[in-house]
Design a protein around this ligand. Structure first.
Ligand code: HEC
Ligand code: HEC
Length: 215
């Protein structure tokens, strides 16, 4: 079996088992006013169209994000498998039906990427090559096999297109300190751990620059 097949098999095994809990989610409709107030709140940090925002630290783009990935991350913040004090406070008060409604709302937004602003254009070509071919000498598989040829993601695989380059770089460089923080509850972050680990900082910056310009 090739490395890629092994990784993909592992990825799908974990992703499918995580999906099995999806039935527990509430499906009751959220009152429109409550939903709109909550969306307005998310947008104070994530940008008026969910395009992301550069403040004291980068607030990621949520627009066009895969609902299943978005819901997984909110749950990870709540259970502190993904460490972020701001998003813990935001997420732990959301009802399951509110989470579903928010995920649907952000999926349907499609603003121009903000990510490109500030990302070094001269790194884009090298980043594209990493995205499409991986880094075989470092056992890094092509990102496109999981995140899709246009980086739109699917199900539990996140969209990366148009994401802020500084956010992407920060996540990849700190992966094992921020994600998968509960050894008793392994999650999909384990799939990315060796990939993030095997990329050099220069490669991370290149692939982050490439992604930030994708629409
Ligand atoms: C006070 C600012 C703030 C508010 C309000 C806020 N967020 Fe966040 N959010 C952040 C920051 C900062 C991060 C990045 C955390 C990190 O670096 O890991 C983030 C990350 C996320 C992520 C992970 C994105 C990814 O690509 O992995 C999701 C999903 C998310 N927020 C959803 C929401 C939703 C839904 C709301 C509204 C209910 C919301 N956020 C409100 C600041 C905020
Ligand atoms: C084997 C499948 C697979 C491959 C190959 C892969 N990824 Fe991922 N990636 C994932 C999964 C699954 C997640 C979601 C992890 C989670 O839910 O915690 C993810 C998450 C991410 C995130 C976090 C997104 C966010 O919004 O916080 C980034 C950034 C990322 N991948 C970049 C890359 C890059 C760059 C490459 C290529 C060098 C790559 N990935 C290759 C499966 C993969």
């Amino acid at each position: 079996m090739s490395l890629q097949t092994v990784l993909l098999t592992a990825a799908f095994a974990i992703v499918v088992s995580a999906g099995a809990h999806a039935e527990d989610k509430g499906t009751a409709a959220v009152p429109k006013q409550e939903l709109e107030a909550k969306i307005a709140y998310c947008k104070t940090c994530h940008g008026v169209s969910g395009q992301g925002f550069r403040g004291a630290f980068p607030m990621p783009r949520l627009a066009g994000q895969q609902p299943e990935y978005l819901e997984n991350q909110l749950q990870a913040f709540i259970e502190r498998r993904r460490t972020n004090p701001v998003m813990f406070n935001v997420a732990h008060v959301l009802s399951p039906s509110m989470v579903t409604a928010l995920a649907t709302h952000f999926k349907d937004l499609n603003p121009k990427p903000l990510g490109g602003a500030g990302a070094p254009k001269e790194l884009v070509a090298a980043g594209k090559q990493i995205y499409e071919d991986g880094v075989p000498s470092a056992e890094v598989p092509p990102c496109a096999t999981c995140h899709g040829p246009e980086a739109k993601g699917a199900d539990a695989f996140p969209r990366l297109a148009g994401q802020l380059n500084d956010y992407v770089a920060k996540k990849l460089l700190n992966w094992s300190k921020e994600r998968g923080q509960d050894p008793a509850k392994p999650d999909n972050s384990a799939i990315m751990q060796p990939i993030a680990h095997n990329l050099t900082e220069a490669q991370v910056k290149a692939v982050a620059a490439y992604l930030s310009y994708l629409e």
